[in-house]
Design a protein around this ligand. Sequence first.
Ligand code: GLV
Ligand code: MN
Ligand code: MN
Length: 419
Amino acid sequence: MSVPSAPSVTPSPNVPSFQQMWRELAPVGRDSGSHGYRRYAWTPADTDCRAWFREQAELRGLAYELDRNGNQWAWLGDPLAGDAVVTGSHLDSVPEGGAFDGPLGVVSSFAALDELRAREATFSKPLAIANFGDEEGARFGLACVGSRLTAGQLTLDQAHALRDADGVTLPQAMEAAGHDPAAIGADPERLARIGAFVELHVEQGRALDLSGDAVGVASAIWPHGRWRFDFRGEANHAGTTRLADRRDPMLSYAETVLAARREAAIVGALATFGKVSVEPNGVNAIPSLVRGWLDSRAADQASLDMVVAGIEAAARESAEAAGIELSVVRESFTPVVDFDHALREELASLLGTDARSVPVLPTGAGHDAGILSGSIPTAMLFVRNPTGVSHSPAESAEEDDCAAGVLALADVLEGLACG
Ligand code: GLV
Ligand code: MN
Ligand code: MN
């Protein structure tokens, strides 16, 4: 953990533009074949993203700070003064992720600060740009680890028990990347010094495309969680075991995947099995274990409970009939987030015009802003995504919309931190 020194408020005349920042960050962690990103927490790609963040902070004369949970901060003004306005997002990615989910918020934050300096805005509150660690949870299976730790929503025992696919624990991974894990944990003093957090993010749906708006404000995040289903059967020879003699867990898993789709459709919710691991994973072997991860989300808690209960019941019924042992573990859960009404109304009024009000929309995607909303007032801005595709290399946003996002964020930060 490093303590920030007093920042210089004079920007370098040579700060990189939005486009330059985007170009610099673009190749980091990108697969040359698929063009998908693999920026997993505490890997070399993550380290490179972190180095980029630090460089951007220093180029702008901001005080750089790495907090005890591995979140990065770039401060303008006194970090200890209180009532700070914070913006930012994350730089890590899902497996084969897109370029915009996370980085758009971080790059736009630096660009918005540059815009405010060009406007010669006078800051009456400290301003910080943050890069929260391990938002996607691609490596350790739990999303928003950096913000959860800071907000006290992840106990030390839980954090120490997190392991990646190779059995490396979170503290071991941090240590290997040069971050001392000894002090990880809740950081209420830090959060107490923040008056508002605003995260800009690419929209992960098509609501703005359909309404014809470049920028929107978030109203809420659907409750969502991840459940691990372990189906245990009996490994055996694929070429010699009679169908009647098999205890094949793949069949119960397959029936459960279909049940997930059915149950979600009944209540208008979402349910996805997007990750599966099979043991022994041989073409000519009946599996002994199929482990599938369910991601489910709904507009309200009752609907989510109903969907997950329905999927679990279907899985149990199928497993029982086939002599398969089933265990279901909820690995993570985030309750509904209703973003701070006063802050969201302030954003809407800062961005709306006489002719047009800014759209205010809910999302099914999780964010650090959602985690932090339990501790401090938070809000989000969304930038139009013309296809709605996200968590894929096809994720996109038009250059003009990114520019509109930067100006909107600058307007919001000016309204909250200046004058
Ligand atoms: C994060 O992007 C999530 O919604 O899973
Ligand atoms: Mn994401
Ligand atoms: Mn994101």
